[in-house]
Design a protein around this ligand. Structure first.
Ligand SMILES: [Zn+2]
Length: 261
C-alpha cells in the first residue's frame, strides 16, 4: 500500500486507562493505554517528560481519564494530544498487595483487548477493579475480575461438565485440561503435563462468582487458601487464553504465596 492510500489521521476522544509508560526520548513518553473506544493502543505523548508540559500532573501509571488521540493506524503509534486525568488511584501505591494486584489486572486487561475494537466492558471492568482494589480485600476482588475478563472476551470455559465426554462434574476434584480447554472427569482425566488439578471448592467458588453481578466485586469473603487457589487457576486460564505470562503475574504469585503461609 502506498502512503497515498493510507487512511488519513483522525482525532478521537475516548476514555482511557494508562497501562504502562515507556521513556521514548529525553522529553517524550510512549503510553500503552486501554482506550474504551479502540482497545489497547500505543500513543506518543510528546513533551510529557518536560517539567512544564501540557500533560503536567495528568499522566501516571493506572491513571484514568479522557484522552484525545490523533489516530495514525498506518504507523501503529498514535499521538496523544490531550489527557485529562479523572482518577489516579493513589491508594493502590500504599501497599505491595494492592499495587501487584492492580498491575496484574492492568496487564491482563490489556492483553485481552486487541487494538481496533471498542472494549467498553473490559475498560469498565478494569476501572471498577482498580477502584475496588483501593480498599477491598485483594483476594476478594481478583477472582471476580479474572472471571469477568474471561467472560467478556469469550474465553470462560464450561466448568460444569467434562470437556471430553460431557458428563456433569458435580462431585470431587477435577482436572483442567488446557489441550481440551475444559475440565475432565475422573474417567477422562487428562494426565498430561498441560493439565492442572482444581478442587471442588475452587470450582464452586468460581461458579458462584459467575452467577453474581458487579455488586459482588470485592464483597465476598473467601478464606485465603481457597481464594488463592481460584486466583492461580484463573490466572492460568487467562495466561493460556491471551498468551501472556508477565512480570506482573509473577509478582502477584509471590505476594499470594506469602499470604498463604
Ligand atoms: Zn469425561
Amino acid at each position: 500500500m502506498s502512503a497515498r492510500d493510507d487512511p488519513p489521521p483522525t482525532y478521537s476522544k475516548t476514555d482511557a486507562i494508562i497501562l504502562r509508560t515507556y521513556d521514548y526520548s529525553e522529553t517524550s513518553l510512549v503510553l500503552s493505554m486501554l482506550a474504551r473506544e479502540h482497545g489497547r493502543v500505543q500513543a506518543l505523548a510528546k513533551g510529557a517528560r518536560r517539567p512544564k508540559s501540557t500533560f503536567e500532573g495528568q499522566i501516571d501509571l493506572l491513571a484514568e481519564g479522557q484522552a484525545v488521540l490523533l489516530m495514525r493506524p498506518a504507523t501503529g503509534l498514535h499521538l496523544l494530544t490531550e489527557f485529562y486525568c479523572r482518577e489516579r488511584h493513589l491508594p493502590l501505591r500504599g501497599s505491595l498487595d494492592r499495587a501487584c494486584a492492580a498491575g496484574y489486572a492492568a496487564d491482563a486487561a490489556g492483553a485481552a483487548s486487541p487494538e481496533g475494537t471498542p472494549q467498553h466492558e473490559i475498560h469498565d471492568l478494569l476501572s471498577q477493579t482498580l477502584s475496588a482494589l483501593e480498599s477491598a480485600d485483594v483476594l476478594a476482588v481478583l477472582p471476580f475480575f479474572q472471571l469477568q475478563l474471561l467472560r467478556h472476551s469469550g474465553y470462560l470455559p464450561n466448568l460444569e461438565s467434562c470437556a471430553a465426554c460431557g458428563a456433569r462434574i458435580d462431585a470431587g476434584d477435577a482436572r483442567y485440561s488446557f489441550a481440551r480447554r475444559g475440565l475432565t472427569c475422573p474417567d477422562c482425566r487428562d494426565e498430561g503435563p498441560h493439565a492442572v488439578d482444581v478442587s471442588r471448592a475452587a470450582i464452586a467458588l468460581i461458579l458462584g462468582l459467575a452467577r453474581s453481578g458487579p455488586a459482588a466485586l470485592g464483597r465476598t469473603h473467601v478464606a485465603p487458601p481457597l481464594a488463592s487457589e481460584a486466583i492461580l487457576f484463573l490466572a492460568r486460564l487467562i495466561a493460556a487464553s491471551f498468551e501472556h505470562e508477565t512480570r506482573a503475574l509473577r509478582s502477584l504469585l509471590s505476594v499470594l504465596r506469602k499470604r498463604r503461609r
